[in-house]
Design a binder for this molecule. Structure first.
Ligand code: HAM
Length: 412
């Protein structure tokens, strides 16, 4: 009986894998051009790392298990908390700000659907140690650039959870977090019910709903000033800088984010053509360092949902040209040696490992789309030569083995 793969997970065949690697290469290159360097953390962590602040939503969705010593562990649902744990434990003397990026798999026990998986990949960055709006500007510019360069059509929305949190101060932090979660889920009915339950009425209730609705250009800041007494200069400076450098965005003061650790600016990117799971990037500023035993360290970052990006972006895989080394019976070691020479020159060379006859080796070479066949035959071997057949033009030439590289021509 066949064994199915677990729900919400995926297999990737070579064509798809090559395409994904190509997209990943582009993302890495851009992050590195901004001075970000790659980090990696373990696939599983102590459960406590995520229960301290990531929020109920994430905790409910986690893959949690006990190891043989009875420790509570969890597969990482995201990388911001792990990276900040690593920062606190290992990076105390590194010059600020730190610029880290990662590309890694994450695990969330969610209801699987298109674009929503139980194992998925994030390409993300964390910019650690600056409290300036310039840090938020940098990561937003970077996210925008990556998504544009890989050909995703998207809209960028920027908000600020500090404003709503300030408004919610009278209800206390815990209730505020629950309210933020309901806002994030766009569960208006649930929000109405909850506000009633905790007796948030009248003016404050009206203000919460008005703030959530505020979406548009910078004029929404003026409207927000009517609702809440807050210092909007951070958001104003950020908006103005982003306009100056040509980043297209709208302000959305209803963005609450699904994770609890955000403190200030937050942003999300929504891609065209993805249906319900259209959020391809999410991020913002947060403070987790002090929660993990380090000094207060304002940080900001984002994570791109790599699988969702792969679904909508236009990048094609780079096809690698292949040379099939075909040999007569008894000349296998010769074939292995020639193949090795080709590989050393950077060419992909495959040999026969099926002990097939020459005809079958040749049809296999055609089936896998090899560009050339290098044929090892007794006559030529005696003279130190090989035959090279161009499988596109069917032309065949015999040439000294030492010269063969000159004849193999590959397009870019
Ligand atoms: P997040 O919004 O939870 O943020 O996840 C980031 C992105 O991961 C989402 O925008 C989405 O594209 C993708 N994603 C999330 N869940 C799934 C899923 N089940 N299947 C496929 N893709 C998914 C974070 O994780 C934060 N750590 C981002 C961050 C970094 N904030 C600051 N620094």
């Amino acid at each position: 009986m066949k064994i199915e793969r677990p729900r919400g997970t995926r297999d990737f065949l070579p064509d798809e894998m090559e395409r994904r690697r190509e997209i990943e290469r582009k993302m890495r290159k851009i992050a590195e051009s901004f001075g970000y360097r790659e980090v990696m953390t373990p696939t599983f962590e102590h459960l406590e790392l995520f229960t301290r602040k990531s929020g109920e939503g994430i905790v409910e969705e986690m893959y949690v298990f006990k190891d043989k010593s009875g420790r509570d562990l969890a597969l990482r649902p995201e990388l911001t908390a792990p990276v900040m744990r690593m920062f606190v434990n290992e990076c105390s003397v590194m010059p600020r700000p730190l610029r880290f990026y990662y590309f890694a798999n994450c695990f969330r026990y969610e209801r699987p659907q298109k674009g929503r998986y139980r194992e998925f990949w994030q390409f993300g960055v964390e910019l650690i140690g600056s409290k300036s709006y310039l840090a938020d500007a940098e990561v937003i510019i970077l996210a925008d650039k990556i998504l544009k360069e890989v050909g995703v059509k998207f809209s960028l929305e920027i908000g600020h959870v500090g404003i709503m949190r300030h408004l919610l101060k009278p209800v206390g932090e815990e209730k505020a977090s629950k309210i933020m979660r309901l806002i994030d889920k766009e569960d208006r009915e649930g929000l109405e019910r909850y506000l009633e339950e905790i007796r948030v009425e009248g003016d404050l209730r009206e203000k919460i709903f008005s703030l959530v609705e505020l979406k548009g250009d910078e004029s929404v800041i003026d409207e927000a000033k009517e609702i809440v007494d807050y210092d909007f200069s951070y958001l104003e400076r950020l908006s103005s800088l982003l306009r100056d450098v040509g980043v297209d965005f709208i302000l959305n003061l209803g963005i609450a984010r699904g994770l609890d650790y955000y403190t200030g600016v937050v942003f999300e990117c929504y891609a065209e053509g993805l249906g319900a799971q259209k959020q391809v990037c999410g991020g913002g500023s947060y403070e987790l360092s002090s929660l993990f035993g380090g000094p207060v360290t304002p940080s900001t970052g984002f994570a791109i949902g790599f699988d969702r990006v792969c679904e909508v972006c236009r990048i094609e895989e780079k096809k690698r040209d292949v040379v099939a080394v075909i040999s007569f019976k008894g000349l296998e070691s010769h074939a292995f040696r020639v193949a090795s020479k080709l590989r050393d020159a950077g060419i992909t060379a495959v040999v026969d490992v099926m002990e097939r006859n020459l005809k079958k080796q040749m049809s296999f070479a055609n089936e896998i789309g090899a560009k050339y066949a290098v044929i090892i035959a007794p006559e030529e071997v005696k003279e130190g030569k090989v035959a090279i057949k161009n499988l596109e033009t069917q032309e065949q030439v015999v040439i000294a083995e030492g010269e063969m590289l000159k004849l193999l021509k590959f397009g870019e």
